[in-house]
Ligand binder design. Structure first.
Ligand code: GLY
Length: 570
């Protein structure tokens, strides 16, 4: 006995220093595993609510709607019914649809809405308060998804959210910090101060957070149906909120709002099929354009996060985002040359100017000139069910807690998505993005987005579904996770965990993450002419699910950058 223990100790088995043969076959960092279905979202309570719907026989779309509504309760900085977003659905029969429920500019909105008499951008006019709010699309989008692709009743998928709002849930460390960090925004609006800041007393970690007004709104939506948000009592509360405070949204705006089902944008990268979000998001097309540029390089040979790989990624991002600034807007108002931008020949010509020895200053990188061959025309979660239906959904209030405005009597926050429009060409928005004429404000128009809910197929089967919040960093976060999986062969969790960088053409600075860039890598990049943001910043919250080839197991990964995130399966 004694010698046996000594032997084990020498092998290190007792201490985990040496792995048993079974353990050594486990790939580390290991994603979560589940046989039937899985939900990865920014909040573990919301993911669990989704799993309960799965267990009751709901499909991925039923779950996506329930999780989206639950996040509106648990994750008020981004989960919402007062915002909008994009849902990418692929049914098990292979049919895919891109559901656009992006906010729209109110009819009274004008091109110069956020400019003063001298033509200068009025600080915060498009980010804080009632004037910043776009007509919300979330409730209409969820209702459309459920009606067309779900199997359950509206009131049943609303119920988990209503219960969470009524009974409350313990405030996490991250939520307590997050609410405090936005005190200066939320305290400008008495209703937001009362609900989210406890009238200045602040929620402490572990305290139960109940939202009775929101629970009543959800109950009304259950009883009267989703159109109540656009034509009923909820609509009237929202419009009264606008009228009291100089906002633009009218009952006509709400009544007229409709989600749009669009054909997803598609591409191919090293034999993997990419399906992603078309305009008014730039996400899918810019992602595919950048992947097309990268396909000409052997990234695996250049090395994961080596200075050569980072140089290449930055140069590709610079060019992709220059095109974003020039060519993208709402396709109902401008012609976006998506086919040309996502063509391999365009990417080849765009990549020709990349010099592997030196950074091309952004001032030298102009938007490309794709052939205009087109006919006229921020929390993420992912769900996979037992049949193989999949939903990749990104939705948002824009910046954290949106406009800061809570609809009095209805308990939900409103977006500040109007800031995603071009307030003035050449002036940066909240994300520092310089945007163009194609994204100018017009009544009823949808602001340009970077949201990139994405599905990747291999040999006709789902390989991975993913997305992220993070404004323009979304596109680059999604791309780097895909490169980690496809080029570098990482596990799903490893691919999500790995450090990321970001470049968006202008400002001509590389963003990097804390502990994410070795000093010698940075020095090598600086020697080539790259310049870095002063402070590192975390970026994204990638929530991803794969189907394991061979076993069909669902593998899920939540992003460790968000301590509240959770992947749940069964
Ligand atoms: N609101 C950020 C985006 O849509 O890109």
């Amino acid at each position: 006995m004694k010698s046996c223990c000594m032997y084990l100790l020498l092998l290190g088995l007792g201490t985990g220093l040496i792995r048993s043969p079974a353990r050594s076959q486990v790939e580390i960092p290991a994603p979560a595993r589940a046989r039937h279905g899985m939900v990865a979202s920014a909040n573990a309570l919301a993911s669990q609510a989704g799993v309960e719907i799965l267990k009751r026989g709901g499909n991925a779309v039923d779950v996506a709607v329930a999780v989206g509504l639950a996040l509106a309760v648990t994750t008020p900085e981004a989960g919402n019914i007062g915002g909008g977003g994009f849902m990418l659905i692929r049914m098990a029969d292979g049919n895919s649809v891109a559901l656009d429920y992006r906010e729209a500019a109110p009819r009274k909105a004008t091109r110069t809405l956020y400019l003063d008499r001298a033509g200068n951008v009025i600080p915060q006019a498009s980010t804080v308060g009632h004037l910043a709010v776009g007509v919300p699309g979330t409730v209409a989008g969820f209702a459309r998804a459920l009606e067309r692709y779900g199997t359950m009743r509206w009131r049943d998928v609303v119920e988990p959210a209503r219960k969470l709002a009524e009974k409350g849930f313990p405030v996490s460390h991250a939520l307590a910090l997050g609410l405090r960090s936005r005190e200066s925004l939320l305290s400008q609006f008495p209703e937001s101060r009362r609900i989210f800041l406890k009238n200045g007393l602040h929620y402490r970690e572990g305290e139960i957070f109940r939202q009775p007004d929101l629970a009543r709104t959800l109950k009304r939506l259950q009883q009267k149906g989703p159109r109540d948000f656009y034509e009923g009592a909820t609509a009237r509360l929202l419009v009264e909120e606008m009228e009291r405070n100089g906002g633009l949204i009218t009952l006509e705006d709400l009544k007229a709002y409709r989600p749009v089902e669009r054909e997803p944008v598609r591409g191919e990268y090293r034999g993997y099929k990419i399906i992603s979000m078309p305009p008014p998001s730039s996400g899918g097309a810019v992602l595919i354009e950048m992947l097309n540029m990268l396909e000409g390089y052997d990234l695996a040979a250049l090395g994961h996060n080596s200075s050569k790989t980072y140089h290449l990624l930055i140069e590709v991002m610079r060019r992709g985002f220059a095109d974003r600034a020039e060519h993208f807007g709402d396709p109902a108002f401008v012609r976006v040359p998506v086919n040309a931008l996502t063509s391999e020949s365009y990417a080849r010509s765009r990549a020709q100017s990349i010099d592997m020895k030196r950074a091309t200053p952004s001032t030298e990188v102009k938007p490309g000139r794709p052939m205009r061959d087109e006919p006229p025309q921020t929390t993420h979660y992912t769900v996979v069910d037992a049949k193989g239906n999949v939903v990749s959904n990104t939705y948002t209030l824009n910046t954290a807690y949106g406009s800061g405005v809570t609809v009095r009597g209805a308990g939900f926050l409103l977006n500040n998505e109007m800031d995603d429009f071009t307030a003035k060409p050449g002036s940066p928005n909240a994300f520092g993005l310089i945007q163009g004429e194609a994204n100018a404000i017009a009544p009823g128009k949808r602001p340009l987005s970077s949201m990139t809910p994405t599905l990747v197929l291999k040999e006709g089967k789902l390989f991975v579904a993913l997305g992220s919040p993070g404004g323009p960093t979304i596109i680059n976060s999604v791309m780097q996770v895909l490169l980690n999986l496809i080029d570098h062969g990482m596990t799903l969790q490893g691919a999500v965990n790995a450090p990321r960088i970001h470049h968006q053409w202008l400002p001509d600075r590389v963003r990097h993450e804390p502990y994410g860039l070795a000093r010698d890598v940075r020095e090598a990049l600086e020697a080539k002419g790259h310049r870095f943001e002063a402070e590192p910043r975390w970026m994204g919250d990638v929530e991803a699910i794969m189907i394991e080839p061979g076993t069909g197991m669902r593998l899920g990964a939540s992003d460790p950058r968000n301590p509240d995130a959770g992947v749940r399966g069964y």
